[in-house]
Design a protein around this ligand. Structure first.
Ligand code: SAH
Length: 298
């Protein structure tokens, strides 16, 4: 290409590059925007800039899309939520139809604090030194647990925070199943119940198959054990024994384990009661700790 056509094309390219760069810098918590080849890798979560939660480093599909500028303004975000899910599919984070369905059903915007960008692929502060996890981490955990979230099954969400994943679990296990959230900050429990009441999982909360409780999640929630699925939304220095005990034979737990360096571990309880553990990916979550330590900033 030569002359004006070339100049126009080059100008567009530069503008596009600046625009993509700005989007990535704004939304990826000071982490580099990856190359296209990285987009198909497993998510690698890393400390966000406040050092309090999981943040994406490798899948900026929302950050680099038109959703970046999206701020929840209280209106219906259904289409934008759908676009976010489509992006997660496009970049290979979600391959399961059921995970697509549930993430389309439960609108993420209802779970983030007012004024927070709802559909950016990044964790967001929710107060009390806690965060709502990034969409790609929610998607990854839902996908890892999918087989153990069949209708009628029991699921436990430890460190349920905003209640987003508890609502997803409840939707997947349905009214005959049971989804329990356990969160140790009572204010977050109250806020999560309000979030769920606005969501498509409201009837499950009302019907009693979904409940959220204030408590130390390291003890699990024995009342409705054993569980087919356990999700832990905060990083444990080691896997708490009560959670292993409350896992059903055939059940699966997904839990971030470690302090500075953390792995998302997949714990399968075999039918003979033995346990197999594998690491899925490197992550960085807030710690699974005491309420006091968390409120003091760890
Ligand atoms: N998965 C949730 C929240 C993730 S942040 C979401 O995406 O909304 C981790 C949560 O774990 C925080 O809300 C924090 O308060 C909670 N937490 C940390 N230690 C805990 C413990 N010992 N018992 C219960 N909740 C705990």
């Amino acid at each position: 290409m030569e002359g004006p056509v070339c100049q126009v094309a080059w100008g567009c390219y530069v503008l596009l590059a600046i625009s993509i760069g700005a989007h990535c810098a704004m939304s990826s918590d000071n982490l580099a925007c990856p190359s296209t080849s990285d987009l198909r890798t497993q998510p690698v979560a890393a400390l966000d800039k406040e050092g309090i939660g999981p943040a994406m480093t490798s899948i900026p599909m929302i950050a680099c899309s038109t959703s970046l500028s999206e701020h929840h303004s209280g209106g219906s975000g259904t289409n934008k939520n759908k676009q976010m899910v489509e992006q997660l599919q496009r970049y290979g984070v979600i391959s399961s139809k059921k995970v697509v369905e549930v993430m389309e059903t439960i609108d993420r915007a209802l779970f983030v604090p007012d004024g927070t960008p709802a559909y950016v692929d990044s964790p967001m502060a929710i107060g009390y030194n806690a965060t709502i996890s990034a969409p790609h981490m929610h998607a990854t955990c839902l996908q890892l647990l999918e087989e153990n979230l069949q209708p009628g099954m029991h699921a436990l969400d430890v460190g349920s925070g905003t209640g987003y994943l508890t609502a997803c679990f409840a939707t997947m296990v349905g009214p005959q199943g049971r989804a329990i959230g356990v969160e140790h900050i009572p204010e977050l429990v109250a806020a999560s119940i309000k979030n769920i009441e606005k969501s498509a999982a409201a009837s499950l909360l009302k019907g009693g198959s979904l409940s959220v409780h204030a408590g130390d999640g390291r003890e699990g929630w024995p009342e409705h054990a054993p569980y087919d699925a356990i999700h832990v939304g905060a990083a444990a220095p080691e896997i708490p024994q009560p959670l292993i005990d409350q896992l059903k034979p055939g059940g699966r737990m997904v839990i971030p384990v470690g302090k500075i360096f953390q792995d998302l571990q997949v714990v399968d309880k075999n039918l003979d009661g033995s346990v197999s553990i594998r690491s899925e990916t490197a992550v960085r979550y807030v710690p699974l700790t005491s309420r006091d330590a968390q409120l003091k900033g760890y």
